[in-house]
Design a protein around this ligand. Structure first.
Ligand SMILES: C[S@@+](CC[C@H](N)C(=O)[O-])C[C@H]1O[C@@H](n2cnc3c(N)ncnc32)[C@H](O)[C@@H]1O
Length: 249
């Protein structure tokens, strides 16, 4: 196994388009019309803005939503530059990706997010909060999405990107429990694999899935994903994790 993969010095305020969420999760915003939707963390993703435009009742959560639009614009552009530089420095791990196009998509997402943010924040659509504690009642959302925080920012020893990560295995257990507490229908989590070469299913998730399946309330499955993770070795086992509430539970 090649241990040399992307590592990052800190959390990135870095967000994706709804089309990228569709690739990650296999869910189109048009399918969310009329549903209560949570995106946590939202970051500078345009998913919530695009889902609301498609008729969903969508809310995004991120600790950085305590900042205003100008602060987030500056932070977002700096983090795009940091992430893209780190990807170029590890180009072998991203051999199957067009990194310039990838950067363009992140800037387009940030632009659409920032266009919605001031009014959306005033309307309660962008909420400043941090996992593992969310300011919502039980079962407040039909669909919950969580992308590029769990697994991604775990410690490199577990297969994540962040040396000295505060996101331990117990934090992941608590975060998933909290996301499920506020979910009435299904929780969708991405990515599910490590940043090692070859990629493998992240061990924290495997243990969380085993515990949930044994509990009887939730059913878990991996849904194949078309979102590009990098090169062929990084795209192995590429899937989102879908955790659905069992009927009557
Ligand atoms: C890489 S972004 C992911 C955004 C989006 N989900 C996507 O996939 O494009 C990660 C986000 O996690 C946020 N974050 C950091 N700690 C968090 C926590 N404890 N709870 C929720 N979000 C957190 C960061 O502020 C950052 O915006």
């Amino acid at each position: 196994m090649n241990p040399r993969t992307l590592h990052l010095d800190g959390m990135q305020f870095f967000g994706r388009l709804a089309s990228e969420y569709r690739a990650m999760f296999g869910v189109d915003v048009r399918d969310l019309r009329g549903l209560r939707v949570l995106d946590c963390p939202g970051g500078p993703s345009s998913f919530t803005a695009e889902a609301c435009a498609a008729g969903a009742h969508a809310v995004a959560v991120d600790p950085l939503y305590e900042l205003d639009a100008d602060q987030l614009r500056a932070r977002g552009e700096a983090d795009i530059q940091t992430t893209i530089a780190a990807m170029r420095a590890n180009a072998g791990a991203f051999a199957d990706m067009d990194i310039a196009r990838y950067a363009d998509e992140k800037r387009a997402a940030a632009q659409a997010f920032l266009a919605d943010y001031p009014a959306g924040r005033a309307a309660g659509r962008y909420v400043a909060a941090s996992l593992p504690s969310l300011p919502f009642p039980d079962r407040a959302f039909d669909r919950t999405f969580t992308a590029h925080l769990l697994v991604t920012y775990s410690d490199p020893a577990s297969g994540g990107l962040l040396p000295g990560s505060p996101f331990t295995e117990q934090w992941h257990v608590d975060a998933v429990r909290e996301l499920l507490r506020v979910t009435d229908g299904s929780l969708h989590l991405y990515p599910t694999t490590t940043r090692t070469e070859p990629a493998r299913r992240h061990a924290y998730l495997e243990r969380i899935v085993a515990e949930l399946e044994a509990g009887g309330t939730w059913r878990c499955r991996y849904e194949p994903s078309t979102y590009q993770r990098g090169n062929a070795a990084q795209n192995l086992l590429n899937a989102s994790l879908v955790i659905e509430r069992r009927r009557g539970s």
